[in-house]
Design a binder for this molecule. Structure first.
Ligand code: ADP
Ligand code: ADP
Length: 238
């Protein structure tokens, strides 16, 4: 079965009086519980795919089916319902989050916005999510700027998991972390996938990370997918 089906996605950006073809006919699919890695050089269009999935950018052409629903064109409540099921983790949570926000507040946001649990149960739900991502519940009251980069990325993962999504888009989510922290976060992601059956679109230029986590790999270049297949065949072991 298919969780995400992307067909013929094209996107041009206008810059002054120039046009940049960011995507030129991108098609890919992800099965439930699977990790597809999207790799390729800087500027090849990876983030544009992510931004279109998150409905932050509208494509010029193409179709996206998520959980059997047409994603493009959804508005309002229907879009919010899908958002709960399709979450995102960015490279730099410091840039994405208000640095004054507390750890608990950040995890509370999706619980509140999507009405996942009632107000009285939220502190317990927050504590459970912190444990789930390997963070001490004592961190709940800390502010984003007071914790480490690895801890921030765990908070970002907890926040993404709060709505029990079927798919998490990870855009260079481990790329800024030092090598040991990166290994920890990669094993956390694998463990969460085993336990909760979440699928990942894992966008990365880091082949080591990709080799560790991907089931299938799609290689992008110049806005196109130039190769796609099982991880073991797309990147041979060193
Ligand atoms: P990647 O994530 O692989 O680095 P991007 O999707 O960010 O690639 O970019 C693909 C192409 O689109 C690049 O040529 C980039 O310069 C261009 N681009 C991305 N965002 C914009 C934008 N907002 N305005 C103009 N051009 C953009
Ligand atoms: P805000 O200022 O936006 O209300 P807070 O961080 O004060 O954000 O609290 C947001 C939510 O997190 C509230 O539901 C609160 O019950 C919960 N919360 C705050 N601190 C803790 C904590 N130490 N442990 C568990 N839950 C907490």
């Amino acid at each position: 079965s298919t969780l995400l089906q992307v067909e013929g996605l094209s996107k041009r950006y206008r810059r002054g009086n120039q046009e940049v073809a960011a995507l030129d006919g991108v098609s890919l699919s992800i099965a439930p519980g699977e990790t597809l890695a999207l790799v390729g050089p800087s500027g090849s269009g990876k983030s544009t795919v992510a931004r279109i999935l998150l409905r932050l950018v509208e494509p010029d052409a193409g179709r996206i089916s998520f959980n059997g629903e047409a994603l493009l064109g959804l508005r309002g409540a229907a879009l919010r319902a899908i958002r709960a099921n399709l979450q995102m983790v960015f490279q730099d949570p410091m840039a994405a989050f208000n640095p004054r926000a507390t750890v608990a507040g950040l995890i509370d946001d999706p619980l509140r916005i999507h009405g996942i649990v009632g107000r009285a149960e939220r502190p317990r739900a927050i504590a459970t999510l912190l444990e789930r991502v390997g963070l001490a519940t004592e961190l709940a009251g800390r502010r984003v700027h007071e914790i480490s980069g690895g801890q921030r990325q765990r908070v970002a993962i907890a926040r993404a998991l709060a709505t029990r999504p079927a798919l998490i888009v990870l855009d260079e989510a481990v790329s800024a972390l030092d090598v040991l922290v990166r290994a920890d976060i990669l094993s956390l992601l694998a463990e969460l996938q085993r336990d909760e059956g979440v699928a990942y679109l894992f966008i990365s230029h880091d082949l080591g990370a990709v080799r560790a986590i991907a089931h299938r790999i799609a290689i992008m270049d110049g806005g196109r997918i130039v190769e796609q297949g099982e991880a073991a065949t797309v990147i041979a072991a060193p």
